[in-house]
Write a protein that binds this ligand. Structure first.
Ligand SMILES: [Zn+2]
Length: 233
């Protein structure tokens, strides 16, 4: 039974350490800090996306510029043909003019596309600047919060370290097999050990069958079938 008392005393100190650690995690400054960090990450992602978009637009503009140059060549060759070998009949003149007009339309469409891309690029760059400024402001507030949080948690962390030291020292007083079981159950439920109180598991208040009760009273290692805790006398 003594080994169970040592385990129980160990759990009490271990739970104290856990509650200090939780208080540090739940600090409002820490929550604000995490929010600021998420905001910055989000803006970085957005920035990268805009950058990719701008590169895509620039590639598209290059391709269209090449197409415009080709159409320009085509126009020049139409001009040459007109000078060297002018159309004679009304039919020929009509066909030639149609060709010129198609070529001109194509160039006009390409140019319209290029100015559309230029407008889009400009608005993307403007957005990119504002995203960068947002991120820079967020970084400032993050740094400030971080300093606040570090100052605030310094004393709590010292307290936690002292408590963990105490827990480590007490671990030596607990039977190794019980300790292994304790650590194992703690992964699923915390606190991992419950007392037997009035025939019930103190962890979940389930009444235990008499066969289980006598096993606990005999000092056997028993886990609650309902909550999975180790039940000790
Ligand atoms: Zn239980």
């Amino acid at each position: 039974m003594e080994q169970y008392d040592a385990l129980w005393a160990f759990q009490e100190e271990d739970m104290k350490a856990e509650s200090i650690a939780n208080a540090i995690k739940r600090s409002p400054t820490r929550q604000k800090l995490e929010k600021a960090r998420d905001f910055i990450l989000d803006r970085q992602k957005q920035y990268k996306q805009i950058e990719d978009d701008i590169v895509g637009m620039s590639d598209r503009k290059d391709i269209i510029s090449q197409a415009v140059a080709l159409s320009g060549d085509q126009m020049a060759s139409l001009n040459r043909r007109f000078e060297e070998n002018p159309p004679q009949t009304a039919e020929e003149i009509k066909a030639f003019l149609a060709e010129v007009s198609r070529c001109r339309d194509t160039i006009r469409q390409y140019e319209a596309e290029i100015s559309r891309i230029a407008r889009e690029s400009a608005s993307c760059e403007k957005l990119q600047r504002s995203v960068r400024m947002d991120a820079a402001r967020a970084k400032q507030s993050f740094d400030q919060l971080k300093a606040e949080y570090e100052a605030e948690s310094k004393s709590k962390k010292d307290e936690l370290e002292q408590q963990r030291e105490k827990v480590r020292a007490m671990a030596d007083t607990v039977d190794a097999k019980l300790m292994a079981e304790y650590e194992n159950i703690k992964k699923r439920i915390s606190p991992p050990v419950a007392r037997l109180t009035y025939g019930q598991c103190s962890g979940c208040n389930t009444s235990l069958p008499s066969a289980v009760l006598s096993r606990i009273k005999n000092g056997s290692l028993v886990e609650c079938e309902t909550c999975g805790r180790m039940i000790i006398p």
